[in-house]
Design a protein around this ligand. Structure first.
Ligand SMILES: [Zn+2]
Length: 217
C-alpha cells in the first residue's frame, strides 16, 4: 500500500506516520527530514539544495522529484511507502501519479484551537532538542530539561498569531491537491481529533479500521 498523509503543522502528523509505519511495515518518506539531511551532505545535490535554502527560495520541482524518486526506488520490493510533506503543489501531485500508484490519502483533521493550544504550550530544550509541553509534559523543574539540565525555550513561531498563519498557509496550499486526488479514484481516510487529550492510539486505531475496510491493511 502506498499512502500520503496530510495534516496541518501541529496536527501530530509525524507521530501518526511513525505509528502507522510500525503497524503496516511501510517506509516513511518524510520530505522535510530528507531535505534537512541532504543539505548537511557534501554531495552535488546537497550543495544545490543548500543554495536554494540559504537564499530562502523554494527548491525547484525537478530537484524535489529527483530526490523523491531516489527514495521511492529504495522501498523494499512488495512493501509500500507513506509519504509525508509531498506533494506540496498541484504540479507535484500530477508528477507523483506517474511515479507511483497512490492507494489512499490519510487526512488528519484537527481543529485550529487544538493546534494553537498544543503548539503555543510547547517548550524545547536548547541543548538536546527534547520537547516538553507546559500542560501535558511538564519538566520536573520549570524551564529546565529533565534529560540534560539544559534551558528550555519557546520557538518564536510557536505563538498563536503565527500558528494561525501557518495553518492558513497549509490549508491554501493543500486544498487544490486534495481536490485533485478527490477527483481521481484515490480513496480518503479521514482521521479526526476533536479533543486536546485524544490519545494517538485512538486515532491510529480508527485509521487502521478504515484501511481494513478498504482492504488496505
Ligand atoms: Zn535537554
Amino acid at each position: 500500500m502506498n499512502a500520503i498523509i496530510f495534516g496541518a503543522p501541529g496536527s501530530g502528523k509525524g507521530t501518526y506516520a511513525s505509528r502507522l509505519q510500525a503497524k503496516l511495515g511501510l517506509t516513511v518518506i518524510a520530505m522535510g527530514d530528507i531535505f534537512r539531511e541532504t543539505v548537511k551532505q557534501e554531495t552535488e545535490l546537497g550543495k544545490k539544495v543548500k543554495g536554494y535554502v540559504e537564499k530562502g527560495l523554494l527548491v525547484p520541482d525537478d530537484i524535489v522529484i529527483e530526490v523523491l524518486k531516489e527514495h521511492v526506488a529504495k522501498v523494499p520490493e512488495g512493501k509500500g511507502f507513506l509519504l509525508d510533506g509531498f506533494p506540496r503543489t498541484l504540479d507535484q501531485a500530477k508528477v507523483l501519479e506517474k511515479i507511483a500508484k497512490i492507494d489512499v490519502i490519510i487526512l488528519l483533521m484537527v481543529p485550529d484551537w487544538i493546534i494553537v493550544e498544543r503548539l503555543s504550550t510547547r517548550r524545547i530544550c536548547h541543548n538536546c532538542g527534547a520537547v516538553y509541553n507546559t500542560r501535558f509534559l511538564k519538566p520536573k523543574v520549570d524551564m529546565v530539561c529533565d534529560k540534560c539540565g539544559g534551558p528550555l525555550y519557546q520557538r518564536p513561531d510557536d505563538t498563536p498569531e503565527v500558528i494561525k498563519k501557518r495553518i492558513e498557509v497549509y490549508e491554501a496550499q493543500t486544498r487544490p491537491i486534495l481536490q485533485f486526488f478527490r477527483e481521481g479514484t484515490v480513496p480518503f481516510v479521514v482521521a479526526s481529533c476533536d479533543a486536546l487529550d485524544t490519545p494517538p492510539e485512538k486515532v491510529v486505531d480508527a485509521i487502521m479500521k478504515d484501511l481494513r475496510e478498504l482492504s488496505l491493511a
